[in-house]
Design a protein around this ligand. Structure first.
Ligand SMILES: Nc1ncnc2c1ncn2[C@@H]1O[C@H](COP(=O)(O)OP(=O)(O)OP(=O)(O)O)[C@@H](O)[C@H]1O
Ligand SMILES: [Mg+2]
Length: 78
């Protein structure tokens, strides 16, 4: 299943929701990969770093694909 979270507005909670859904899916035992499409790639990377430093589980696998064409291609391959 591919779940896309997007919005035309900034600051509405996309990154927060994406990370929390990923954590919940991992806790439920579902193989999960979080793909950050934000070219500024700030909040998710920061949150994952903070969680890792704090030793929080589950660790969240995350990649950044901030080019739409490349994202479409890579997601297809994945
Ligand atoms: N459900 C919520 N309740 C209260 N605050 C929230 C909630 N979801 C997100 N926030 C807060 O709102 C702010 C923006 O959240 P977030 O960074 O996830 O939004 P975004 O849509 O990814 O923003 P951007 O467009 O800048 O990437 C953050 O400070 C976050 O902690
Ligand atoms: Mg964001």
């Amino acid at each position: 299943m591919i779940l896309t979270l997007g919005h035309t507005k900034g600051g509405v909670g996309k990154s927060t929701l994406a990370l929390n859904i990923a954590i919940e899916r991992l806790l439920a035992g579902v193989e999960t990969l979080l793909v950050d499409g934000d070219p500024r790639q700030t909040s998710i990377s920061r949150a994952i770093g903070i969680r890792a430093e704090a030793g929080l589980v589950p660790a969240v696998p995350c990649i950044v694909l901030d080019d739409a064409k490349a994202m479409r291609h890579q997601i297809g391959l994945l």
